[in-house]
Design a binder for this molecule. Structure first.
Ligand code: HEM
Length: 364
């Protein structure tokens, strides 16, 4: 482990690692919006109709969450394929052990999807305000359960020693000291992402963020940009707290890698990216404005921390898996083609998507 991850592996292994991490970053971009967005709404709905009516962020979330969920699911498919090529036995074993508890994420996902549509339906707007609270809370609870299940599955896939015991007990649950802090890292990171994404959405949808007009509406005394600053900085501090707690649950030799040449540089990039964002949000909180250059800098910090965070995640996994034994399977997978079929379906999908966009644009 003297070269920086993912170098130092056979070319086919490195190729799949890069594809896995690249596509997982894309999944995180949308999944974070959904996870933190539903949490934001579930809390926001408690503030009552008057305050919610002036909160532009909640209006954007209500409108965009169903679409973002579709993107999060679609973007999850590619890493799901690569994770199977890369880790095979470890990934399948945890799937099988958790059995229908694991597969429960699918019906839950479907129900949550419908709840998000219900949340923006005319039907609910005709009901008493109260009904928006349980709908928003149930959608968030569902997505939180899905996130919990992914973390549980990931950690179980790496804990081979516990497999026989779990199988013998017929238990469909796995718990370990690292589970909650690890889940906490993803949960809080989602708020950091959400703040940057909402800032861009607000800008593109014409919200005045650069120089909010005097007397513009506030919610609980906070302007729109200050609410984003609060969202991002509490998320960032949560990531730091949970990250430290999670690291303390790792075996000493795994933790040691975080300081060495293998994963250390990536950890530093993640920390610097997060630090840059926190500094930018601090400026926003003090000045109560969010100019474009600052948004560009915080977006760069966000991308750096997200990409580096995903790379550190993978670096910690590969050292727990017997990668040399899997190298032959990776090499074999790399020889299997199918480019013409891929191009055919990519073109067919592009036409179908183009047609949908055109039809929707015409209708609106
Ligand atoms: C929208 C609801 C979803 C949420 C909230 C969610 C959340 C998460 C979280 C928190 C992780 C990281 C787990 C960890 O490292 O501890 C993760 C990883 C992952 N998710 Fe999602 N996810 C969602 C939907 C999906 C769907 C529908 C798919 C597949 C189509 C998917 C594919 C993946 C894959 C492949 C990974 C990496 C697994 C691994 O490396 O072992 N996700 N997801």
């Amino acid at each position: 482990m003297t070269t920086v991850f993912p170098l130092g592996f056979p070319p086919a292994t490195t190729f799949y690692l890069v594809l896995m991490m690249g596509t997982l970053v894309l999944h995180m971009v949308f999944m974070h919006y959904v996870l933190a967005g539903t949490a934001y709404l579930a809390c926001g709905r408690f503030m009552g109709p008057k305050r919610c009516a002036v909160c532009g962020w909640q209006a954007i979330l209500i409108d965009w969450l169903p679409f973002a969920t579709g993107l999060a699911i679609t973007a999850g498919v590619a890493p799901l394929l690569f994770v199977q090529i890369l880790y095979q036995r470890a990934f399948y074993s945890s799937n099988l052990l958790l059995s229908h508890r694991w597969i429960a994420i699918l019906p839950v996902l479907i129900v949550c999807f419908y709840l998000l549509y219900l949340q923006k339906s005319a039907w609910i707007t005709r009901r008493a305000w109260f009904w928006r609270i349980p709908v928003a809370a149930a959608a968030f609870a569902g997505f939180a359960f899905i996130a919990y299940s992914w973390t549980e599955n990931h950690l179980l896939s790496l804990d081979e020693e516990v497999w026989p015991e779990l199988y013998a007990a017929g238990s469909l649950h796995y718990t370990t000291a690292g589970l909650l802090p690890r889940l906490g890292v993803w949960f809080f990171a989602a708020f950091v992402t959400l703040a940057v994404e909402l800032a861009w959405q607000g800008r593109l949808l014409g919200m005045e963020l650069v120089q909010p007009p005097p007397g513009s509406t506030t919610v609980m005394g906070l302007s729109a940009v200050r609410r984003l600053a609060l969202t991002a900085s509490s998320g960032g501090l949560g990531v730091i707290g949970c990250g430290v707690a999670y690291a303390s649950t790792l075996p000493a030799d795994t933790r040691g890698l975080l300081g060495g040449p293998f994963a250390g540089p990536w950890l530093w990039v993640a920390v610097l990216g997060l630090g840059l964002q926190l500094a930018c949000w601090g400026w926003v909180a003090v000045r109560d404005r969010l100019p474009l250059p600052l948004l560009l800098v915080m977006t760069a910090g966000w991308l750096l921390s997200l990409i580096a965070g995903v790379v550190v995640r993978e670096a910690l996994r590969v050292i727990s898996v017997d990668m040399p034994t899997l190298a032959a399977a990776h090499e074999e997978a790399a020889t299997i083609g199918g480019l013409p079929a891929f191009l055919l379906f990519a073109a067919a999908n592009a036409v179908a998507i183009g047609w949908c966009i055109r039809t929707a644009a015409k209708a609106t």
